[in-house]
Design a protein around this ligand. Structure first.
Ligand SMILES: NC(=O)c1ccc[n+]([C@@H]2O[C@H](COP(=O)([O-])OP(=O)(O)OC[C@H]3O[C@@H](n4cnc5c(N)ncnc54)[C@H](O)[C@@H]3O)[C@@H](O)[C@H]2O)c1
Length: 333
């Protein structure tokens, strides 16, 4: 693939369509776009903007075009491209690991067919590229790979329906490039944290940050060392990829901060000293490789947004504290 080298954007002519933007990463994508003055539309099956309300004010929310719709329905997705007059698309809609496990046929419809629909609609709308969320769940167990950071092009050996569907998405992207010349970038996150991360296998570190903001104890059900990405950084990486003039179909790992759960808890306690000793965790690591090599992404994109862990945790707890004080969230959700 050629380089991604971001060019200065001509923001006034850009119109972003973000699928799944009522979710965590999408909310941060929308916040970044709205705050820089870019036109943005959201296509989501859900209708409650509670994650957006955590990080955008009413005036900012009023600037977002909301389109309610299901990505499993191609005419709906095509209509969303048309209604939003999209020039750029970031595809984030999907069902996470537990939901795919609970209902694999639904998971396949949303994550596989839905992604094909987004590529097809982008092609028919004449877009040049699609940026979409893949996941490190495309990889196998940590003991199936050599020690050290996992190389960008390590073999894919997914162990979950979700991982298999994400692998299918990467194949779909490659074939749209080969057959139709539609370019794409897929980004593989691991553990995204930050306001809005309230569901999915690895959401408990963020739930611990919410509990800490409320001055309550919390037990995290896993431990070990893994890669954490701050939701705002992930959002900015997606936006940068959407704007980068490139051709081909590429997929990059996001690394972020590689930390032990003990370090996560220490960062939480530093930001919320009142809960010292009350945030606990199981010392059972996740089965995935713990560290990713993101050198290929850095070479292609230049600078990867990378907020230091302590700062990302502090910002998260600050946002939760404000939202709790204003009644926009409860410590139970
Ligand atoms: N959060 C992470 O740590 C992480 C890690 C790796 C990859 N990813 C991927 O990134 C993407 C975004 O993750 P997130 O954490 O923001 O997820 P999320 O679960 O918070 O949000 C997903 C959004 O997709 C929407 N959606 C679900 N089914 C839909 C459908 N049929 N039609 C339209 N919208 C639908 C949901 O309503 C929700 O708003 C997902 O594809 C996810 O698999 C996330």
């Amino acid at each position: 693939m050629s380089t991604l080298n971001p060019q200065p954007p001509s923001l006034s002519t850009q119109r972003f369509l973000v699928t799944g933007a009522l979710g965590c990463i999408g909310a941060w994508v929308v916040r970044n776009l709205v705050r820089e003055g870019t036109t943005v539309a959201v296509l989501d099956l859900a209708s409650n903007p509670h994650r957006l309300r955590l990080i955008l004010n009413d005036e900012e929310l009023a600037r977002v075009q909301f389109i309610a719709g299901d990505i499993t329905d191609l005419p709906t997705v095509e209509a969303a491209f048309k209604d939003s007059a999209a020039t750029h698309v970031i595809h984030l809609a999907g069902l996470q690991v537990p939901f795919c496990k609970a209902d694999p046929p639904l998971g396949a419809r949303v994550n596989v067919v839905g992604t094909v629909n987004v590529f097809e609609a982008a092609k028919r709308a004449g877009l040049k590229r699609v940026v979409y969320a893949s996941s490190i769940a495309v990889y196998g167990l940590s003991d199936e790979y050599p020690e050290g950071p996992l190389p960008h092009d390590a073999p894919l050996k997914p162990r979950s329906h979700y991982g298999v569907y994400k692998q299918a998405n990467e194949g779909t992207a490659r074939v749209y490039w080969l057959d139709d010349g539609l370019s794409s970038v897929g980004l593989r996150a691991y553990t995204v944290y930050g306001p809005g991360r309230d569901q999915g296998l690895t959401s408990s570190p963020t739930k611990a940050m919410l509990a800490a903001a409320a001055g309550r104890p919390y037990h995290i059900g896993f431990g070990g060392r893994c890669a954490y990405q701050f939701a705002d950084d992930v959002a900015r990486a997606f936006i940068a990829c959407a704007r980068a003039p490139f051709q081909g179909a590429e997929i990059f790992n996001l690394r972020g901060s590689v930390a032990t759960m003990g370090e996560i808890v220490a960062a939480i306690e530093a930001a919320a000293p009142d809960v010292k000793g009350q945030i606990t965790f199981d010392d059972k690591p996740l089965p995935f490789p713990e560290d990713m090599d993101d050198a290929a992404f850095a070479t292609a994109l230049g600078r990867i947004p990378d907020t230091p862990l302590a700062e990302g945790v502090r910002q998260t707890i600050d946002i939760f504290r404000r939202a709790l004080a204003e009644g926009r969230i409860s410590a139970g959700n």
